[in-house]
Design a protein around this ligand. Structure first.
Ligand code: DX5
Ligand code: ZN
Length: 227
């Protein structure tokens, strides 16, 4: 299983964003996770497509954009134009998930669906074959640095089974409270892509923290290569 790390800019020093991106990429991060919040779907307000456009000017790294917004369909065009790589939307925020996932792909991005802690996996079951990313939230979204929601480990296990049953090769991403004490259990349960904000950006050396999280995930992942 290939492990991917996606540092969340929510906990980065926003006044030095280009430097923060460079630091985590130097540590080997595969994705840069961009948390887009609208103050309605979640009780916080963050970034929009203009930030993605600005990041695109300083990096070629995949930009993993997580839309925590109502009516995510309204943002597909702007995020595609801005240079987003992955666009992940919440089924709780829209009535026509399947249509919008198709539109995300039509606009040349990879399509993700994210489920909040209280949202059952059945919300994405019918579209499992249409997903490039399935994101299991392990906190209620809105803020960085929240405590890990423990039942996420078992939910990741069920999400892995759901993807396998659908014959899907989608990434299984987990977001919220990912840190040294949780990443191994999540990897063992079948997650392969890990968002981490507070753990990475509060570390003295964020690049080293990316490497440490990867080491712990790889050590715990099923079917890992040895030697
Ligand atoms: C939660 C966001 C997360 C958040 C994770 O609202 O979707 O991406 O930044 O932060 P940590 O890793 O600090 O829990
Ligand atoms: Zn996120």
């Amino acid at each position: 299983m290939t492990i991917r790390l996606a540092p969340s800019l929510l906990s980065a020093d926003l006044a030095r964003l280009a430097d923060e991106v460079a630091r985590v990429l130097a540590g080997g991060a595969e994705f840069i996770h961009v948390d887009v919040m609208d103050g309605h779907f979640v009780p916080n307000l963050t970034f929009g497509a203009p930030l993605v456009r600005a990041l695109r000017r300083v990096t070629d790294a995949p930009l993993d954009c997580h839309l925590m917004v109502e009516r995510p369909e309204d943002y597909i065009g702007p995020f595609a134009d801005a240079g987003a790589t992955i666009l992940t939307i919440h089924p709780e925020a829209t009535d026509h998930l399947e249509r919008h996932l198709a539109e995300i792909r039509r606009r040349g991005m990879r399509a993700g669906a994210a489920v909040n802690p209280a949202t059952p996996l059945t919300a994405v079951e019918e579209v499992a074959g249409d997903l490039d990313v399935l994101l299991v939230m392990s906190v209620n979204p809105g803020f960085g640095g929240q405590p890990f929601w423990e039942p996420a480990v078992e939910k990741v296990r069920r999400a892995r089974a759901l993807l396998d049953a659908a014959g899907s090769t989608a990434l299984l991403e987990v977001d919220g409270g990912v840190a040294r004490d949780t990443i191994g259990r999540l990897a063992a349960a079948g997650a392969d892509t890990f968002v981490a904000g507070h753990d990475i950006f509060s570390a003295a050396d964020p690049a080293a923290e990316v490497r440490e999280l990867r080491r712990l995930a790889e050590a715990a992942a099923p079917g890992r290569m040895t030697g």
